[in-house]
Structure formats: structure tokens, C-alpha cells
Design a protein around this ligand. Structure first.
Ligand code: SF4
Length: 293
């Protein structure tokens, strides 16, 4: 098996329920697109665009809202009206963000920065929303959240996302951030914390490696619990009891995989057509895959 690729999202999915991780990351069954997912993606995209400038001058609020509308997707909404309501909410959230941040606008050190770190037995991957450098020379890592309200403090303190970004900042930019911040843009509240010490960081890395080795060994036990009814894979999970019996859960899962296979075949066909048009030769690729050595 290839070296596992662990991101913060993959780590939390595995720790919540290894079987749901398998459905999403191994079988490739994407979770359902929900209005909240569309909302979160569009707000993130607009904030990325807001800060991704060549000069330290922010765009106008009208331009920001126009950009938001351009990247809005109607997928996942039950009606035009629902999509409109969510879009209006996103406009209000970005307007509030603008009022609080446009005057102090400065160019960040990094915006929406993707990283992929070779940690030996795993790849550590992720995307850092923003890194700022303050006047005193200290760095702050920010991650935007689109939850309606802040989670409990105990949950925020235990969360590994910002410590993972701390590790990435050291290796990618060679900097030690002095502040790690979750920016909850809906209530416009920040939760900031100091970076972890060496010992705590080592514990984070050990946890990542532990999950990586379980994934590499194909350990995907179900971890049923009270949150099963809210799981994206409730209908196809033999443990989730969303399907009427074990047999129908297997059939649902089989159907879901067939749908995924069809989608992949379509995408491969489209890519082959593009490659043909460019005169690229891909005839030996299937053979290479069958005999990787
Ligand atoms: S329904 Fe429950 S046991 Fe099944 S994959 Fe989802 S969380 Fe895991």
C-alpha cells in the first residue's frame, strides 16, 4: 500500500469512525453536498480572493460580494429559495468581515497554502488559510471557520488542526508562529492560542503516525455511536442501522461504488480525449499500472 496521506480532516474522520474514513478516503465515496458545505466553500473562496493581492490595497465590498456570487454553486439546495437564503447569509457574513478587516488590510505571508510534507512513514497534507506577519515581526496562523457559534472551549483546546499547521509552518516557511487562531467568521469571533511546546508537538506527530500505520494495515473497524444517524454513510453501513438489514447495506454500498466507478470512467474518458487532442501518448499507462516495478 502507498504511504498514507494524512490531513487534519482525514485524522479526525478516522478517529471518529475508521469505517466512515474507509468509505470516504479508500472507497472514494464523497460525502453528500449540503447547503452548509456550499456556504463554507464559497466564503472560504471569497476570503482567499480578498487577501490574494499583488498590492496592499483591499478590493471594494461590492467587488468581494460579486466574487462571492460568481463562485456560488446551487448544488445541494432543495430549492432556489433555499440557495438564495444561504447566499444572503454569506453576503451578510462577508460584509461584517469587511467592516472589521478592510481598514487594517495588509498582505499576508501566505494565503490558502497547500502543503505536503514527507514525514517518513506518512505524508502530512493540508491547506493553511492564512499566515500574517505583524509589526513586531511575529507570525500568526489563521484558519477560517464557518460554524454558527464557537464550539466548547475544551474541544477547541484539544483540537489538533492548529498544531498541525504549526508543524507545517516550521517545515514549509521555516517560521515559528507566535499565535494560532481560529477565526469564526459568522459570529466574527476569534479564538487564539499559543503554539505548542516540543513535547506536545511530538505527541501530535505520534498520533498522526499511529493513525497512518492503522490505515496502512487496513484497519477500518466500525465505531458505531449516537452520531451514526448524522453520518454520510448511514445507509450503506452494516453497523449504522440506517439500512434495513446487513444484506441491503451491502447492496447500497455496491451501488454507491458502481456510481463512483461510472463517474471515474467518464472522467478518464474525458481526460483521454484531451490528451489525444494534444497528441500525448498514454497507450502504455495501463500496463505500467499493472506492473509498477
Ligand atoms: S454509520 Fe456509524 S458505524 Fe457506520 S460508518 Fe457511519 S459513524 Fe461509522
Amino acid at each position: 500500500m502507498e504511504k498514507p496521506r494524512i490531513s487534519y480532516t482525514a485524522l479526525s474522520a478516522y478517529e471518529r469512525c475508521p469505517l466512515s474514513y474507509r468509505f470516504q478516503y479508500v472507497d472514494g465515496l464523497a460525502p453528500e453536498v449540503t447547503p452548509h458545505l456550499v456556504f463554507g466553500r464559497a466564503v472560504h473562496a471569497a476570503l482567499q480572493w480578498f487577501y490574494d493581492r499583488d498590492v496592499p490595497v483591499p478590493p471594494s465590498l461590492d467587488e468581494l460580494l460579486l466574487y462571492l456570487e460568481g463562485c456560488w454553486s446551487r448544488e445541494g439546495f432543495s430549492s432556489e429559495e433555499e440557495s438564495h437564503l444561504f447566499l444572503e447569509h454569506a453576503r451578510a457574513v462577508l460584509s461584517c468581515f469587511y467592516r472589521h478587516n478592510a481598514d487594517s488590510f495588509r498582505l499576508p505571508v501566505a494565503v490558502e497554502h497547500r502543503f505536503e510534507l514527507d514525514m517518513g512513514d506518512i505524508w502530512l497534507t493540508g491547506v493553511i488559510d492564512r499566515v500574517d506577519r505583524h509589526d513586531d515581526g511575529r507570525y500568526e496562523v489563521l484558519d477560517y471557520k464557518t460554524n454558527r457559534r464557537l464550539p466548547e472551549l475544551s474541544k477547541l483546546k484539544e483540537d489538533l488542526q492548529l498544531p498541525i499547521y504549526q508543524i507545517a509552518c516550521r517545515q514549509v516557511f521555516g517560521i515559528n508562529p507566535a499565535k494560532l487562531t481560529f477565526y469564526f467568521v459568522v459570529p466574527n469571533q476569534r479564538y487564539s492560542t499559543r503554539p505548542l511546546d516540543e513535547e506536545s508537538l511530538e505527541r501530535v506527530v505520534a498520533r498522526l503516525r499511529d493513525v497512518g500505520s492503522r490505515i496502512a494495515q487496513g484497519e477500518f473497524p466500525a465505531r458505531p455511536g449516537r452520531l451514526c444517524p448524522w453520518c454520510d454513510y448511514y445507509d450503506i453501513c452494516p453497523e449504522g442501522k440506517g439500512s434495513q438489514d446487513v444484506e441491503s447495506s451491502f447492496i447500497s454500498r455496491y451501488r454507491a461504488l458502481l456510481r463512483r466507478k461510472k463517474a471515474l470512467e467518464r472522467m478518464i474518458g474525458e481526460l483521454e480525449e484531451e490528451m489525444r487532442a494534444l497528441g500525448l501518448d498514454f497507450s502504455g499507462e495501463e500496463e505500467c499500472l499493472a506492473n509498477p516495478l
